[in-house]
Design a binder for this molecule. Structure first.
Ligand code: SF4
Ligand code: SF4
Length: 421
């Protein structure tokens, strides 16, 4: 089985050298709210592959991160040497960073292992605090759950109770879950404890149904046929997260590097790293993309996303011309249809419309029935927009610019009907 760090290595082996760092400014970082946590995180975060590969990288990574405004990093590893090196590098600047550290990741026989054993989990958590030289973790991420039976085991073995207790004590500030499977993630989120989801987000996985075996996502057979539109369960997951205020932190934004390579890409055409990051950041609820950089140059390449122009970030034109993929009629929230003559934010109106429909459908409620309702969150988000669907003059100019043939005028009429203005 390919482990998480091997996938990240594939990503970077293919990415390395792909981007020329035209100018290194490091001062244009963008920030987003991480769901309802109250944390404001940089859109580029650090993975921990670089610390695992070479512990001596830790200080240089933290220096670059601090200088460029990266304020969030993931520690899925339980490698004691990596934890200690990061702890040393964090000295005197703990408050500059938010740590997403994984619960249930333990160190055995010289390697990282996933466990569901409560005592092992507790010991590994204490070890993480001690080595990272901190008395709290910002997001305690329950590690790598892709099977429903595993989620049940997490609960039955007392892991969720333990996470709740840590949160009550202030030793973790928020509870998270990492997963590749939308079915399990939806179940966990609907049960209410999960505030942050670490999820694999890229357009290839987004078109595939969820699976309990992550290896299915990169099996050659999966790439043989054509692809059509988002997997409805993944779409539902993103919309559920947005509607419940669960922030998403992204892993595998390059699908193991395959989508950066024309020969390996299932679409038959390559995207650039900036397009991949931009795609991930345009999914509902996504706050940050974790970079699996293995050295300082690669970390700078990731951060260079913030210097990319709108044209360099734009993935819509490329998607529309992919030979083997179709998103016909499906809104990708890409904003390619802007500007609207009435200054309506078409992507946001469409997103809120979809969220309302998804919310009702997830409760088995059909549109046009008495039970159909607009949830307060979406009603308030919609109210805060400067312009509303009711201002649409039905000119159709936006539809000519939409690469995916979305019926925008119909969506605006629909939104007006649902929200009332
Ligand atoms: S309507 Fe089309 S162009 Fe506009 S955000 Fe949706 S997919 Fe993009
Ligand atoms: S059809 Fe409506 S949403 Fe599209 S540009 Fe015209 S006014 Fe804006």
């Amino acid at each position: 089985m390919e482990c998480l760090s091997q996938t990240a290595e594939k990503d970077y082996n293919r990415w390395s050298g792909f981007l020329n760092i035209r100018f290194w400014k490091g001062d244009e970082m963008e920030y987003r709210e991480l769901g309802r946590t109250g944390l404001k995180v940089s859109v580029i975060a650090m993975g921990c592959e670089g610390f695992v590969e070479d512990n001596s990288n830790a200080k240089a990574f933290m220096d670059i991160a601090e200088e460029s405004g990266v304020n969030y990093f993931d520690m899925f590893t339980s490698d004691p040497a990596a934890r200690s090196a990061v702890g040393e590098a964090l000295k005197g600047r703990r408050n500059k960073f938010m740590i997403q550290s994984h619960i249930c990741s333990v160190w055995k026989d010289g390697q990282y292992v996933r466990t569901r054993d409560l005592e092992e989990t507790k010991a590994a958590f204490e070890d993480s605090l001690e080595r990272l030289q901190t008395d709290y973790i910002d997001v305690g991420m329950i590690h790598y759950c892709d099977a429903e039976s595993d989620w049940e085991a997490i609960k039955a073995n007392g892991i969720i109770d333990y996470a709740r207790k840590l949160k009550e004590e202030g030793r973790i500030r928020h509870i998270g879950l990492s997963s590749h499977n939308p079915k399990v993630a939806i179940k966990a989120i609907e049960e209410g404890d999960i505030e942050v989801l670490m999820f694999s987000v890229n357009y290839v996985y987004d078109m595939l149904p969820g699976t309990e075996d992550v290896n299915d996502l990169w099996a050659d057979s999966v790439y043989e046929g054509g692809f059509e539109n988002m997997d409805p369960e993944r779409q539902r997951l993103y919309e559920l997260c947005e509607s419940k205020g669960v922030g998403i932190t992204v892993m595998k934004a390059f699908a193991g590097g395959d989508i950066l390579d024309e020969k390996l890409s299932p679409a038959g055409a390559a995207l650039t790293p900036a397009q991949c990051i931009s795609y991930a950041l345009s999914r509902p609820a996504v706050a940050t993309v974790c970079s699996g950089a293995r050295n300082v140059e690669q970390l700078k390449e990731s951060i260079d996303y913030c210097n990319a122009s709108p044209e360099e970030r734009d993935y819509a034109e490329a998607f529309a011309n992919f030979p083997r993929v179709s998103w016909s009629g499906h809104c990708m929230y890409c904003t390619h249809c802007d500007p609207c003559v009435s200054s309506i934010n078409i992507a946001d109106v469409t997103k809120f419309l979809n969220l309302v429909i998804a919310h009702n459908e997830s409760n088995g409620i059909k549109e046009g029935t008495e039970a159909f309702r607009v949830p307060d969150t979406e009603r308030e988000h919609y109210r805060l927009l400067e312009h509303h669907a009711g201002e649409c003059v039905q000119c159709g100019l936006c539809e000519a610019r939409c690469p995916f043939g979305v019926e925008i005028r119909a969506n605006m009429r629909h939104a007006k009907e649902i929200f009332g203005y």
